[in-house]
Design a protein around this ligand. Structure first.
Ligand SMILES: [Zn+2]
Length: 378
């Protein structure tokens, strides 16, 4: 174990109170199933991450985050939508419009604290003398939330609000890059910035397409490159199911590094969803703790080269509650340069039981590079 960089964790206990109802997997109870189960977005996700950090990083500093101010939220989200969300929670919550996204009475406040954690991590990332890795332990997640609609278990788009906050409050920030490795397309972040060139959005995700034409029209496909002034500044990398450590490293080498370096942002926001892990009930990919360590390490290296180290790691998805903790530990190990021995599990990943076949990724990556070659040196 080395001790290169310490870790700053921004969180709030109120984020654990968001409680989507039990049901038939993501939806309400179904007559053809005898038993309900917890909704995939359980508080145990965040509790396990917090505990594994406390158990490993002896010098991690935990800071409880204030709720994000509504004016910061409304620079990204429509004010009518924000009022509606707040009222829906006050009225007790429930599933939103037949979607899989559900609220409880605590959800709005939880989301506001999660955004607050992202803002505090952003301020830390931008501080000239920061020697820490700022990590926002956000729950509920944010990257599917669009400017005027909740989606994919997300209500407020923390990454977008953080990027906008940096642009609005720090005169040294003219450009922000958001790199999103959650296994699902960051459609909300894309929708918010697709017509702008001051925020580059790069998403690596499974090739899952749109899951609803009405409330989730974005596909995450290669043809979605941004519009108007934003043309070229949306970069989608849909990767085949089964992509693992080696495949993601190739994507980082051949796509993320050259594009982000060319864009030359002043701040890097990593939308870090650890649901490309091998046992995730909502994912299909195979990144192990070691692969997540690689992502964390490459994320920090890229920031050190391009943004003078100004970056933050922002929690997005991840739904197998034990693996999410191992995987997030991997990301933070990579970013800080520390590796931790866990009792019984050592430095490894107990879920890494499938071999990766890189062939589908090699072909897909060629297509991805070709599609973005019009705009970037890839
Ligand atoms: Zn996800």
């Amino acid at each position: 174990m080395s001790n290169d960089t310490s870790l700053s964790v921004y969180w709030h206990p109120r984020t654990f109170d968001h409680a989507p109802p039990d049901g038939a997997f993501k939806l309400p109870s179904m007559p053809f199933l005898a038993s309900d189960e917890p909704h995939p977005d359980q508080p145990e996700r965040a509790k396990n991450i917090k505990r594994i950090i406390e158990s490993t990083f002896g010098d991690a500093v935990f800071t409880t985050a204030d709720p994000a101010p509504e004016d910061a939220i409304e620079r990204v989200h429509d004010s009518e939508y924000v009022s509606w969300l707040k009222k829906f929670a006050e009225d007790g919550g429930g599933y939103i419009d037949g979607t899989t996204t559900a609220m409880s009475d605590a959800t709005f406040e939880a989301a506001q604290h999660a955004t607050g954690a992202a803002l505090a991590a952003t301020d830390d990332a931008l501080a000239a003398d920061s020697q820490t890795v700022p990590y926002a332990l956000a729950r509920p997640s944010g990257h599917h939330a669009q400017s005027d609609r909740a989606d994919g278990f997300c209500f407020l788009n923390h990454a977008a609000i953080a990027a906008q906050h940096a642009l609005d409050t720090d005169p040294a920030v003219d450009r922000v890059a958001i790199v999103d490795w959650d296994v699902h397309h960051g459609n909300g972040t894309q929708e918010i910035f697709e017509d702008r060139d001051d925020v580059l959005f790069l998403s690596i995700h499974n090739d899952h397409g749109a899951w609803d034409p009405t409330y989730h029209p974005q596909t995450g496909g290669l043809e979605e490159v941004g519009v108007g002034d934003g043309e070229g500044y949306t970069v989608n990398a849909p990767v085949p199911p089964g992509t693992g450590d080696e495949g993601y490293e190739r994507v980082f080498d051949r796509l993320v590094e050259p594009i982000v370096s060319e864009y030359d942002p002043d701040l890097l926001v990593y939308s870090a969803g650890q649901d490309p892990g091998p046992s995730d009930p909502l994912g299909r990919n195979l990144i192990s703790r070691d692969g997540f360590r690689m992502l964390g390490s490459r994320a920090a290296e890229l920031a050190s080269t391009v943004t003078d180290g100004h970056y933050l790691i922002l929690q997005e998805g991840g739904y197998q509650i034990s693996h999410l903790a191992f995987a997030t530990l991997g990301v933070l190990e990579g970013a800080t340069g520390e590796t931790h021995d866990l009792p019984e599990y050592g430095e490894g990943d107990p879920y890494a039981w499938l071999d990766e076949n890189t062939e589908p990724l090699v072909d897909a990556l060629e297509e991805i590079r070709e599609a973005h070659g019009e705009y970037w040196p890839v």
